[in-house]
Design a binder for this molecule. Sequence first.
Ligand code: AMP
Ligand code: MG
Length: 488
Amino acid sequence: MTFHFSHTFAEQLEGFYRSCEPEKCSSPELLQFNSSLARELALDHEDFIGEFGVSVLSGNELPKNANPIAMVYAGHQFGMFTPQLGDGRALLIGEVVDAIGSRRDVQLKGSGRTPFSRGGDGKAALGPVLREYLVSEAMHALGIATTRALAAVRTEDWVRREEPKPRAVLTRVSASHIRVGTFEYFAAKGEWSQIKRLADYAITRHFPEVISADDRYLEFFKSVLRKQAKLIADWMSVGFVHGVMNTDNMTISGETIDYGPCAFLDRYTPAIVFSSIDDYGRYAYENQSKIGQWNLAQLGKALIPLYEEEEEQVIQRFVDALDTFNVWYEEYWLSNMRTKLGLARAELGDLELVEQLLQLMQQGQGDFTLVFRHLSAALLGDDSKFKAQFNDPSLPSAWLTLWLKRVGREGFVSTQCAMNMNNVNPAYIPRNHKVEEALDAAVSRNDLEPFRVMLKLLTEPYRDHVGMDEFAIPAALGASPYVTFCGT
Ligand code: AMP
Ligand code: MG
């Protein structure tokens, strides 16, 4: 087995985790293995398809040099602080340095109870494991920073949920698993020396460019702000609703993490919420940047006591930095939207043009993905599919004239511009109802084919796949609202 593990987190951050062995499972079967990610990690695919490989990916055996640990963290869940959460069903088994020299965590998710499991069983059910695999890989293909899925293993054990479900294990890979909640854990205990060690570690691992800055913790804070502003702007540009933006689900590296109750917009409804427990719409599509900023304020609070100078002055510097989150976010968001509209240059009035289109989409119940996807054809003289996305096809006519004028000023050849647009406006996103169909086939009929078909499609989302139209369209208008669940 060729994991060349190292363990910088475990070696440098004693007190931030507990050692813990994975729980064994029966008859593990490798359902999906991510060969392209394996190549990135300089792992050998052949090693993983044999019995020992599957044993490792299920937690039944540990590769040489593994050092399994459960990390501790706290978190604000729906605004309420819980002083201790931690990896209750996951174990970091080691770090690898990938082909471009970046350090990545390899984690087993669903590997059994840990010291942080509280009342939970530490296990994962097959449906949610495949869901995380599918959606995280789709996000990656859409160019959005995310944790990755290396493998999904099914077992012959059952986990107790509302009804018994097959147990599965996901191997997750991430830039690191340090969360805003990791800082909050030590801040709540007033352990500032631990916060300093964690911040120094995170800086070295994720933001080495600020190591020698005069005010390194403020610069670190600003770097995290900027990464998160970009991430959330990227979510918005594909209609992604994370669904559970608790501070323990926000990474310092700027990767999307935790695919429990996430979902994608179809018809453009900014206030939409999918999660069954989000009664007040805290994590609605349109609230994501505000919540991102709120979460980052919690990170700021954990860093401020690292300073010895007058607290008020430090607070002011952090508050000023926090204010720049909106500036970054709006800049990234508008830049994404411009690209979606085929605009490479900035012009005054672009924001208005984007906002007008979004208003029309809301009014005309336009599908977020397809409105943008079909816009490029309008540039080549066929606006029928674009207009057909609105319940009244004449609704966007005036806007279309404005846009054609605006995009004309870019000076591109139309075919080139249309191609550029198709390379940023996906034809396929994980359509909620299709995801459910694929997971249902896997869980109730042990039929992995729909999952594999969808995975293949979603890893090439910008190309039209012949005969795959059913994956491109939203659920039928009268379909019952899509609802997602936590506690998976
Ligand atoms: P999540 O909703 O996945 O972000 O998880 C929130 C917290 O609950 C984390 O500390 C998880 O480790 C823990 N948790 C979630 N599911 C389980 C489970 N089945 N067993 C133990 N802990 C869990
Ligand atoms: Mg979580």
